[in-house]
Design a protein around this ligand. Structure first.
Ligand code: GCU
Length: 419
């Protein structure tokens, strides 16, 4: 009996400790003291003073650190991609636009994987700039048209969006159109390409056996092998491979965009693939745009505890040790330079640390300066709903976590300004 009580006592204590451990901090004055790793100093101590040194030396060094310590290193693509148009409507929106579903097949040896793209572009006859972003619940959620198929890949359960037993259903149809306002995007002269992220890599701990990892199953996993965020980013690059050959798109003007975990993936895609001419992070938070060292809202420790498979195994070393990370996320943002970068926060989305996202933009700006550009023009957090746009753009809008029409309006304005 005594042992049972002792056991109950210790289980109780550990549950309490765990709960306390992940009680997020939302108070500015409880942020630990920290010093950000130096953006412009090489690991050997040399100071970077011009854009050539940045591009030839420091940039590559930082990419390697992020690969080895945080996201993992993705393989070089050595397979073939074929495409098949599944649906095509050239007379969409009263003839103003074309809408297609294109199936890409990635083939590597005996293995293959399909990506289904939902594509919209204006029928202007000119090559147009475009946004590319992954969606959370399937292409059918961005179309009221039953011809756009419901994905059969694994999906997160969400009653509202009609996914049960990890399967999507018709119930989700059209429910995310407001988050992907394609009519406005098209009217403003841009194309839009999206696909369901679970077709790249399903979002659960699968031992890296499914999705894109399966294409490379012969490889032994190393501490710095790619995990899910790197997988989603890598998938974005494969979509870009395909888009480069499309005649409707101006492939020098493709903005990669993502919300939340997919914002983390969009940033990693922008960092590893410079073909993305603009990068947009919407509420990406910890492991995305926000500074890890602030430990405000979501923390590195909490991510390692709850969603370790998003990151390389080597990242686990930093469990509750964000101060020991050799890099912080302002250095990830700096990898976009000199390309335009937009970071957006939601005021009530404290979990993603809006201020930490903003400060990260400020701290990334010295690299833009090396290129003769103004990165983030503000040094204090701008008021609500008042975007600031240099070569880095930022806004903190009213409301919480989400990719909203307001966010899109700013992205369209920012793209008008830079493209
Ligand atoms: C969770 C996770 C975040 C992530 C978010 C999302 O809240 O902790 O890191 O950004 O999901 O993707 O919606």
């Amino acid at each position: 009996m005594k042992t049972i009580f002792t056991l109950i006592y210790f289980v109780g204590i550990s549950i309490q400790v765990l709960a306390q451990d992940f009680e997020p901090n939302y108070e500015e004055d409880k942020i630990p003291e920290y010093q950000l790793p130096d953006l412009l100093r090489m690991e050997n101590g040399h100071l970077i003073t011009n854009k050539r040194q940045w591009s030839n030396r420091r940039r590559a060094e930082l990419v390697e650190i992020f690969e080895n310590e945080i996201y993992g290193k993705s393989p070089v693509w050595d397979g073939q991609i074929s495409s098949k148009v599944i649906l095509e409507n050239k007379d969409y929106l009263n003839g103003e636009a074309t809408r297609k579903v294109v199936k890409l097949t990635l083939k590597r040896g005996e293995k293959s994987l399909d990506f289904n793209l939902l594509v919209f572009y204006p029928n202007s006859g000119k090559q147009v700039p475009a946004f590319l972003g992954l969606n959370f619940y399937g292409n059918h959620t961005i179309s009221s048209d039953e011809q756009v198929a419901v994905p059969d890949a694994w999906i997160r359960n969400n009653e509202k969006i009609g996914s049960f037993n990890n399967k999507a259903s018709e119930k989700g149809r059209g429910q995310r159109i407001a988050n992907w306002p394609y009519e406005e995007i098209l009217t403003r002269g841009y194309g839009l390409v999206t696909m369901y992220y679970g077709e790249i890599d399903p979002d659960y701990e699968d031992g890296f056996k499914d999705g894109v990892h399966a294409l490379y199953s012969e490889r032994k996993r190393e501490p710095n092998s790619w995990a899910s965020i790197a997988g989603w980013a890598w998938g974005l690059s494969r979509v870009m491979d395909f888009l480069e050959g499309e005649d409707w798109i101006d492939n020098k003007k493709v903005a990669v965009l993502g919300h939340s975990r997919l914002g983390k993936a969009a940033l990693w895609a922008g960092a590893t693939d410079e073909r993305f001419a603009m990068v947009i992070s919407n509420n990406s938070g910890c492991g995305g745009a926000a500074l890890s060292r602030r430990a405000y809202g979501e923390t590195v420790g909490r991510m390692i505890e709850v969603i370790p498979y998003w990151f390389s195994d080597s990242f686990k070393v930093y469990y509750k040790r964000e101060n020991d990370l050799p890099v912080d996320q302002h250095q990830l943002l700096a990898l976009m330079a000199p390309r335009p970068l937009y970071v957006a926060s939601g005021a009530e989305d404290k979990w993603a640390d809006p201020k930490g996202e903003f400060l990260s933009c400020v701290a990334a700006s010295p690299v833009y300066k090396l290129f003769g550009k103004v990165g983030m023009p503000a040094t204090v957090l701008p008021p609500l709903d008042q975007p600031v746009m240099g070569t880095i753009g930022y806004h903190i809008r009213s409301g919480g976590h989400g990719l909203l029409p307001y966010d899109w309006q700013q992205y369209l304005d920012f793209a008008d300004m830079h493209f």
